[in-house]
Design a protein. Sequence first.
Length: 442
Amino acid sequence: MQTRTDLIEDLMGRFPHIPPEAVIKEDLLRGGMAFDDSALTDNENGDVKPKSYFIFSFDHRTLPELGTAALRRPPEEIVLTGGPYGLRRTVVSVRVNPDSPYRVKDDGSGALQLFLDDRPIAYVGLPPMPEYYRHRLANGKSVMEVAPTIQWGYLVYLTVFRVCQYFGAKEECQYCDINHNWRQHKAAGRPYTGVKPIDEVLEAMEIIDRYDTAGASRAYTLTGGSVTSRVDGLAEADFYGRYAKAIEERFPGRWIGKVVAQALPKDDVQRFHDYGIRIYHPNYEVWDKRLFELYCPGKERYVGREEWHRRILDSAEIFGPRNVIPNFVAGVEMAAPFGFATVDEAIDSTAEGLQYFMSRGITPRFTTWCPEPTTPLGRTNPQGAPLEYHIRLLEVYRATMEANRLSSPPGYGPPGAGNAVFSVSSFMDSLPVEGRLAATPA
Ligand code: SF4
């Protein structure tokens, strides 16, 4: 029987131009990792930065099923180095799966290692508790709750609206657990602010700015659920835009401002830009027309796929094509029962979408699908997509980027294995180091 070790080594052998770091990272992101209790954090009272649950759960079990990891949070991210594959520094977002063949535990010498099939494959570094997490807002809320940071501190992740107005089976995207995640944190009695007040966000940003003495914090993302009617009396562009306006007025140019929102009409997109946002993520989720209609029923009904794409192109006239970076959820293309049955078909479809945007100067990016158990697609596909799909996607992504003479998108930190900090897919790990001539994949 093929072990998971066999699987990754087979892929490393067949795709030698993909860094081994990316192979392991993609496998960890699609299938999760387990933690011995000794590798968990002491929440906000310890020396390790805990998982903040910054938007979705990104876990393979619900909170009540996580055991100790529900009481003592796992770390937000881990960093892998060394081991039999000689891994360069690789930052990986933590997705918990108690049944994963990957386990983080003490190797007996007091060092934490990542074990695969019971064999140590990399040393594990944990993110230190940032000084700014040790300070609270005047009303007692934690900075981790109001303005968590990810990507090893690079990005302040401001989910200012914790639920989505696409609600229920006929509207929610079929891979998204934002609304469930809200419910489970509330049920567990955790603080989880539905709509974050602007003054709280500013106060938390002030604390980050003051105590980020290493200068790691470089960008913020404003995001949350879609607004189909109004929140606080405001439609989507003004609801999210007012946070950017307040941040830019208080801290002009301190961070690169980004927003993840729907593909909105041009006037609304212009308002985002006027509010001070510099990077726009109107996520197209999945390229294939049939799958978009099935997986994103709310977006299809309210906007429609063709209009969504047209608005993405229109927004490039306002932000500039380099600064329009729509995301897709890599792997849902292969989710049963509606997805593609073969990796070839799934890659062909995804590549068509990449070429559509990249030939127009727009660089999409992707997050690796985590099949959360409370979502329709997660329920029917607990193993996620085949690892080969994810590896071949890295290959076609880089090739399409190079064919269109594009380079890594702005606002993601440095590219290249050993340098990248983007933690929820390895597209940045598998791009060439900045300034180095792009090599053509063999
Ligand atoms: S639009 Fe879809 S992916 Fe985005 S928060 Fe709503 S349900 Fe989730």
